[in-house]
Ligand binder design. Structure first.
Ligand code: URA
Length: 229
């Protein structure tokens, strides 16, 4: 998975560079696909495949039933998820919960996870707040074996990428959530794959009218996703 090669040409010389930089696999055990979800979660607690574990409280693994038909993939745990050890339990999680409810999707029946499983942050210039930092592609690649193993265990019918980080990590760098949200995408990751906005984008809306409109669009995307089953 990490040795996919792409040819790059410079002047008349050809160079071969890996698409994914090979992560240190010292702490991502081999044969992850043979483990149960509980076994994966246990093994991921000690993951040291990138540096993010150093500043995080704990690994935040995916959660939901093994037989979930829908898997939602976000970017990375936030401040509250890092402290609680559960995905999507902070402000963005509340937006996701409300949108799922309005779309008639029971959160307890879906599997929710992230492309990166440690909180990446930097200290606020003033105060004690921990400011979310976007993960680098090397960090996303280092974490990827866990997501692949989750998908192999759960085998969802529908995979939903929440936001650009997840969508571009899983569907390609050129994927545009703005242009392609709600559209089915050809992928080997699941029979039906689709992307929509990240719920935190709704929290960043400039005013309450915009927030309401964006929430409506998000609910509409999720309502359509529910009909894919
Ligand atoms: N944002 C994410 O992408 N994932 C979480 O778990 C929480 C917030």
């Amino acid at each position: 998975m990490f040795n996919v090669l792409r040819m790059k040409s410079s002047s008349n010389q050809k160079r071969v560079t890996p698409i994914h930089s090979t992560p240190s696999l010292t702490s991502v055990p081999q044969k992850l696909e043979q483990r149960s979800l509980a076994g994966l979660r246990r093994a991921a607690r000690d993951c040291r495949a990138c540096e993010l574990w150093k500043n995080a409280t704990q690994t935040v693994f995916g959660e939901g039933p093994l037989r979930a038909k829908i898997v939602f993939v976000g970017e990375q745990p936030g401040d509250q998820e890092d402290l609680a050890g559960h995905p999507f339990v902070g402000p963005a999680g509340k937006v996701l919960d409300e949108a799922l409810h309005q779309a008639g999707i029971d959160r307890s029946e879906v599997y929710v996870t992230n492309v990166v499983k440690h909180f990446k942050w930097s200290p606020a210039t003033r105060g004690k707040r921990r400011i979310h930092k976007k993960p680098r592609s090397s960090e996303i690649n280092a974490c990827r074996p866990w997501l692949d193993a989750e998908l192999q265990s759960v085998k969802p019918e529908v995979l939903v990428c929440l936001g650009a980080t997840a969508a571009q990590a899983l569907l390609g760098r050129d994927f545009s959530v703005t242009r392609q949200r709600g559209q089915l995408v050809e992928s080997t990751l699941a029979p039906k794959v689709v992307a929509t906005v990240h719920p935190s984008s709704i929290l960043r809306a400039p005013d309450s009218d915009a927030r309401q409109a964006q929430m409506q669009e998000f609910v509409l995307d999720l309502t359509k996703i529910a009909t894919l089953l």
